[in-house]
Design a protein around this ligand. Structure first.
Ligand SMILES: [Zn+2]
Length: 418
């Protein structure tokens, strides 16, 4: 039988990590079973992976005569990272708040002084769609250089119909100008605008925004939090989204224990995010509903707040995913840096952090059939890191060791010393 012609072959990898998971998220005892192949290789034809295994096995099975060859000796090959929680689109920045936070000025006081989310809302409302697209493309380029090939992107800095839709459209337009794939989430209920009560604004979100978000977003989300949206308001918003086909994510138990994890399980949310204060019962219910816990350690670092207890979720069998939570309060585009934090503050192993940044994150976006692992037939999204083994990836931090990024079979990042 004729061998299949490969277009790209990565070979001799110090370690190639497949994160193959038989179609399920890696959870519980399997949370760190990521499939490490020493002297690994990967062959790609068109957009797809056609062979994975040891270098000798892959070269036996494919025709590499005309292929672009990458020698990954002493390097680590991983699936492209999936950043499943970002607030990609906004205008402005809030670097002045860093020293206020360091001085212990409470967030509510920063808000009172005209800072915080409401400053970003003002700037985002004032920005043109074109400006927002430019900002987003710049961010996507940085994410790509750090190995991220797919992201989730939330709206939420408009808090009015027109600007929320402008944000979703800007994300869609930015995706056309970047190799990074974007999954849009409508998060009109990110905060309560100053000119409305939470109840009035809940009504606006349900009656005016959600109908217009259909077709622009795949998910609906809500910031369920004390003094923001109550469990009851959050439930109404998520159910209204579900009714018109928006799948469910939720910002849950971030600053206080409000019952967000329990609500996530009740509405069968695909993901519940943050979860620093989730209750034991909430975690147990999330395990039953199959809801992915999206943990965001960069937010803890940036906001100088406690970290989620990843071990409690892993022990309970809840699949854990990681994201950057990129937003003007947490300006982090790097998944390897998020992994470095997860291994230190969330007490995850390197293998668990890698699974959380690839296949489990893909599950949290309902795309695990296509991305998140290096398996034959899947879309060829892969990263070569200048790291001798997978444990080195979160071990080192503060520099970018990503050398090559392949998205849909195309080489989209290539450091010149390769
Ligand atoms: Zn968020």
């Amino acid at each position: 039988m004729a061998k299949i012609k490969a277009d790209v072959v990565i070979q001799n990898a110090g370690e190639l990590v497949t994160v193959a998971s038989k179609g399920k998220p890696l959870a519980g005892k399997n949370a760190g079973h990521i499939g490490v192949i020493p002297d690994g290789a990967l062959a790609i034809a068109g957009h797809r992976i056609i062979a994975v295994g040891t270098t000798s096995a892959v070269l036996k099975n494919v025709d590499a005569a005309d292929a672009q060859i990458f020698d990954a000796s002493g390097k680590t090959v991983l699936p492209g990272f999936v950043d499943c929680h970002t607030h990609l689109v906004f205008a402005g920045s809030r670097e002045d708040e860093l020293e206020l936070k360091a001085q212990g000025v409470p967030y509510l006081e920063i808000l009172k002084r005209g800072g915080g989310i409401l400053q970003t809302v003002r700037q985002t409302r004032a920005a043109s769609k074109g400006q927002l697209v430019e900002n987003a493309v710049r961010t996507l380029n940085t994410m790509l250089e750090h190995g991220t090939t797919t992201i989730e992107a939330k709206s939420g800095y408009g808090l009015e119909v027109k600007t929320e839709m402008k944000i979703l459209d800007a994300a869609t337009q930015a995706a056309k100008r970047s190799p990074v794939e974007i999954v849009n989430t409508f998060l009109g209920a990110h905060a309560v605008p100053p000119d409305a009560t939470a109840d009035q604004y809940t009504k606006t979100v349900i009656e005016e925004m959600i109908p217009q978000a259909v077709g622009k977003a795949e998910y609906g989300d809500v910031f369920c939090e004390k003094d923001v949206f109550s469990v009851d308001q959050s439930r109404r918003i998520l159910k209204a989204g579900k009714k018109v086909g928006l799948k469910t994510r939720i910002h849950a138990d971030q600053l206080n224990r409000t019952g967000g994890a329990e609500l996530a399980a009740e509405v069968n949310a695909v993901s519940a995010d943050h979860l620093i204060h989730a209750s034991t019962d909430g975690i147990r219910r999330m395990a039953q509903s199959g809801t992915v816990a999206v943990l965001l350690p960069a937010t803890g670092l940036s906001s100088m707040l406690p970290y989620a207890q990843a071990r409690a979720f892993i022990d309970a069998g809840v699949p854990v995913a990681l994201g950057t939570d990129f937003n003007p309060n947490c300006w982090c585009e790097s998944m390897p840096f998020s992994m470095a934090l997860a291994c230190r503050y969330l007490k995850m192993t390197a293998a668990e952090a890698i699974a959380a940044s690839t296949i489990n994150a893909a599950h949290s976006l309902n795309r695990a059939d296509r991305i998140g692992s290096l398996e034959v037939g899947k879309q060829a999204d892969a990263v070569i890191l200048d790291a001798p083994n997978h444990q080195f990836v979160p071990y080192q931090f503060g520099v970018n060791r990503v050398q090559t990024v392949i998205k849909k079979g195309n080489v989209v990042v290539q450091k010149s010393n390769e």
